[in-house]
Design a protein around this ligand. Structure first.
Ligand SMILES: Cc1cc2nc3c(=O)[nH]c(=O)nc-3n(C[C@H](O)[C@H](O)[C@H](O)COP(=O)(O)OP(=O)(O)OC[C@H]3O[C@@H](n4cnc5c(N)ncnc54)[C@H](O)[C@@H]3O)c2cc1C
Length: 464
């Protein structure tokens, strides 16, 4: 189908947020008050932090301040792949923290199990389905990558099933597939906006004071408390947790470590039973292909297909702007790739197109830290894989604020920081050249040029 025609009626807004289940915003903060803990940011990072702070100590007075609406940013716009990995995939974790990877994998699976248990405990209905993820190869060189991956996995005893071409097409029927690997328990599919709203509800039930449309403009350290100023009120906090993602940081040092990268997605109309039968997909896994520029896709509970990824766009200057959330060039490309992957779905149209901004750092996985004499903690840099890992990051922030040493705070992964990005305009030049090199590698059987190999050797990179 002509991609332009297929996109013609697609709404320019995130599918998940365009829902009657979206709750009315909580009132702004309009007074001067105090609290034991103020959490800044109403995405997954902030919501998990506030919720678990109350679970750890119900007597704690916790305030959550969100500048716009709960879950409006990356949290309400993502693919909904809730993964066990804490390290942006096994290969990245193994390369950076080989001595800890077994422990990190175990802690990641425990984190995913605990997310599932939390949803049951609070009755959060976010269509959580622990289907796993299917990694598919669409080029011969990607099969080698999957084979290498399998060797790593077998050493760690993880639950992966290798699939040959016939087997992978029996799972999901695409003529482009050459083989695959089904990671069976390390990933769940969910509706991210309904998860965020469910966490908001759970926070409110435990007594967290949630204020939306309340941007924090500044922090002032008074020696014993930190005062957070907002346009209509202020809070004096004994402790602060920042879950502010990629947005202009309240802690200046963070701006050297995180850059905004835009990622885009489409949603189809619901498939008919006949269309779904033509694709198979009975086990409803999330799917990711294995290029450096990869697509991710999955079914929703009403059998639409979310189709995203491929382009990861850094706009020179590194600003976060609403106009970057739409990119027609990318939407057309994504639609073309969709029909190449599923020619049997020719004629299926798209109902939504949107983009969102990712907090990319040079080690691809979150980093953590403290400031203001230990009274403030932060976690950011999830680089496009934070649906599950933000809960782990929230626990790290609470551990750090408690001042106690835990299994989490003793991890090298938690103690180390990523390499900072160079300042602008060098930053834009370096990132755009890296993006170009990555695209070239995909055109050239995965062969990485001198620049990418040098970055690999330094443990640096650029990813969505
Ligand atoms: C298109 C897309 C697809 C993705 N797909 C996946 C996926 O399938 N799986 C996966 O694991 N990850 C995915 N991600 C990444 C994932 O969505 C994020 O890692 C995760 O949502 C990060 O949550 P967060 O709370 O840290 O950040 P955010 O969701 O960005 O929330 C930060 C919040 O802080 C608020 N804030 C910032 N500054 C202030 C301030 N000064 N005062 C008050 N509030 C403030 C913002 O308004 C915002 O609501 C995707 C991301 C995108 C954009």
């Amino acid at each position: 189908m002509d991609p332009l025609k297929a996109l013609a009626d697609a709404e320019r807004k995130p599918y998940w947020l365009d829902s009657p289940a979206r709750p009315e915003p909580r009132p702004r903060l309009d007074q001067t008050t105090s609290a034991d803990l103020v959490v800044v940011g109403g995405g997954f990072s902030g919501l998990w932090t506030a919720l678990m702070a109350k679970e750890r100590d119900p007597s704690l007075d916790v305030v959550l301040l969100e500048g716009r609406r709960i879950g409006w940013a990356a949290t309400g716009r993502n693919g909904g792949f809730c993964m066990a990995t804490l390290t942006h995939g096994l290969a990245n974790g193994l390369e950076r923290w080989p001595d800890e990877i077994g422990r990190l994998e175990r802690m990641g699976v425990a984190n995913l199990d605990e997310i599932e248990q939390t949803l049951e405990r609070y009755g959060v209905d976010c269509s959580f389905e622990r289907t796993g993820e299917l990694h598919v190869a669409t080029e011969p060189w990607q099969l080698d990558g999957l084979r290498e991956h399998l060797e790593l996995i077998s050493e760690l005893g993880l639950d992966y099933v290798p699939l040959d071409q016939e087997q992978v097409r029996a799972e999901v029927n695409s003529p482009t597939y050459l083989g695959g690997l089904w990671e069976r328990s390390g990933c769940a599919m969910l509706d991210p906006a309904r998860l965020a709203w469910g966490l908001r509800e759970a926070c409110l039930r435990l007594g967290v004071r949630v204020h939306e449309r309340t941007p924090v403009r500044s922090l002032r350290d008074d020696g014993t408390t930190i005062t957070l100023r907002t346009p209509y009120g202020a809070v004096a906090a004994r402790q602060v947790a920042l879950g502010t993602g990629v947005f202009p940081p309240l802690l200046r040092r963070l701006k050297h470590f995180v850059v905004p990268v835009y990622d885009y997605a489409l949603m189809t109309e619901p498939l008919t039973d006949v269309q779904l039968a033509e694709v198979g997909w009975r086990n409803r896994q999330g799917v990711g292909d294995s290029g450096n520029q990869f697509h991710y896709y999955r079914l929703t509970d009403d059998n639409r297909i979310l189709w995203g990824g491929y382009d990861a766009v850094y706009y020179n200057g590194g600003l976060v702007k609403p106009e970057y959330e739409q990119r027609d060039e990318t939407f057309v490309k994504l639609a073309e790739h969709f029909y190449e992957t599923f020619p049997q779905l020719d004629g299926v149209r798209f109902t939504h197109r949107w983009g969102g901004v990712i907090d990319t750092c040079s080690r691809f996985s979150a980093f953590y830290g403290q400031a203001h004499g230990g009274r403030l903690a932060y976690a950011t840099g999830y680089t496009g894989m934070g649906v599950g890992a933000t809960r782990f990051g929230a626990n790290v922030m609470l551990d750090l604020l408690s001042g106690e040493s835990t299994e989490r705070t003793e991890l090298r992964m938690v103690k180390e920081k990523p390499m900072p990005f160079p300042p602008e305009p060098v930053r834009s030049g370096v990132i755009q050249f890296t993006r170009w090199s990555i695209a070239q590698a995909d055109q050239n059987q995965g062969k990485r040029n001198l620049w990418l190999r040098a970055l690999d050797r330094m443990g640096l990179g650029f990813d969505s």
